[in-house]
Design a protein around this ligand. Structure first.
Ligand code: GTP
Ligand code: MG
Length: 217
């Protein structure tokens, strides 16, 4: 059985010296292209009423925001989502602070602010609009923040094997690619644990924490 993660002395934790038994608090970014299910995922798993910043899509955004496959979508995130998930039964009790990004590329400046202090990111992918995943993937590669890809399996969408998605996105073997239903709390919690383990493995391997640790927040 691998050791529990993150270690209590991991510098990528909130607070200078987490007390024994106190949860390790981690900031996690939920990212992905427009309409990939970020707000849905945060809302599904959050134990508090999530903070969201939704605005109605207007005719002015027609032709800018691609609604193919999500025609029923009426709102979009214009700042960020916030939710919280406690995992007290993990070997190291965890408290995850979840920050969902706005999806459109035009909000990329906000992605930097939202990613500050995070230990890692989940990139949600809608395979019907795969092209919208390239910018968030490149973003986290560029800033050096560990990330996992979670394919959100929308009803009626073709079910691609995760390895097909890896190839299509040009992801290295080290980046976990998993599938989920963003509406399912158990699925989302599983994706988050995959990310926490992956981030721990990456930071252990390179011998330092990402450039955006919680100490920067
Ligand atoms: N069938 C299905 N619908 C989903 C799923 N996840 C999200 N949706 C729907 O897809 C639409 C988009 O979901 P959002 O959570 O708003 O997506 P988002 O990524 O936050 O969108 P932006 O903030 O605008 O980029 C909503 O109508 C959701 O109800 C899913 O797993 N399955
Ligand atoms: Mg949203």
């Amino acid at each position: 059985m691998p050791s529990p993660i993150p270690r209590p002395d991991d510098p990528a934790t909130v607070g200078p010296h987490p007390q024994a038994g106190a949860p390790t608090v981690l900031k996690i970014v939920i990212a992905g292209g427009f309409g990939a299910g970020k707000t849905t995922a945060v809302g599904a798993v959050s134990e508090i009423t999530p903070l969201s910043t939704e605005e109605y899509l207007t005719e002015a955004s027609a032709g800018v925001d691609n609604l193919a496959g999500i025609e029923a979508k009426q709102t979009t995130t214009v700042a960020f989502d916030f939710g919280r998930l406690s995992l007290p039964d993990a070997l190291t009790p965890l408290e995850l602070f979840l920050f969902g990004t706005p999806g459109q590329d035009r909000f990329v400046d906000l992605w930097y602010d939202i990613s500050r202090g995070a230990v890692g990111a989940v990139v949600l992918v809608d395979t019907r609009r795969l092209e919208s995943s390239f910018t968030p993937v490149s973003f986290f590669e560029d800033i050096g923040l560990p990330f996992v890809v979670a394919v959100n399996q929308f009803d009626g969408a073709h079910r691609y094997h995760p390895e097909q998605v890896r190839t299509a996105l040009g992801l290295p073997a080290a980046v976990p690619v998993v599938t989920c239903d963003a509406r399912d709390p158990n699925h989302v919690a599983g994706v988050l644990l995959t990310l926490v383990h992956h981030a721990d493995a990456v930071t252990s391997r390179v011998g330092h924490t990402p450039s955006t640790t919680l100490q920067d927040a």
